[in-house]
Design a protein around this ligand. Structure first.
Ligand code: THU
Length: 143
């Protein structure tokens, strides 16, 4: 109830995105949904590969797609949901590599990205990508 209407919609979009997962190896379907500053939503789902490390998490599929399709559009929120056997499971948190990519988008656009971890009954909220990655390495370190 504490989420805005747009955020509630984003949660539903992330749940729907799990249906587009290609996960024949883990059978763990992850969906991600981004809310852009212009109000558009972008979806992503994990895409696995027989050569396991060649696959990609849902969050990075969505963020890299948005980076290409909407290059200068800040990402203001990201919702993540997961399912097994077509049923939503409890909230999951992004892996370390995805956190680094979330951080880059947040710093690139200079806007906090709210992260919504969607469970079946509640949504865990992090106010920014940086809050998920303390003592982070970022663009500032290359200046
Ligand atoms: N996965 C994601 O897509 N996002 C996460 O935040 C955690 C893990 C995927 C990677 C792999 O396809 C499957 O879930 C099992 O690890």
């Amino acid at each position: 109830d504490e989420l805005s209407e747009k955020e509630q919609h984003l949660v539903q979009t992330a749940i729907k995105a799990t249906e587009h997962s290609y996960s024949p190896y883990s059978h763990f379907a992850v969906g991600a949904a981004l809310l852009l500053e212009n109000g558009n939503e972008v979806m992503g789902a994990n895409q696995e590969n027989a050569a396991y490390p060649s696959g990609l998490c849902a969050e990075r599929v969505a963020l890299f797609y948005a980076g290409h399709q909407y290059p200068d559009m800040p990402v203001v929120a990201l919702a993540i949901a997961a399912a097994t056997n077509g049923r939503q499971v409890e909230s999951i948190s992004p892996c370390g590599a995805c956190r680094q990519v979330l951080l880059e988008a947040e710093q690139r656009y200079g806007k906090p990205m709210k992260v919504l971890l969607c469970g079946t009954k509640e949504v865990v909220v992090a106010e920014s990508a940086e809050s998920l990655l303390p003592l982070c390495f970022g663009a500032k370190d290359l200046k």
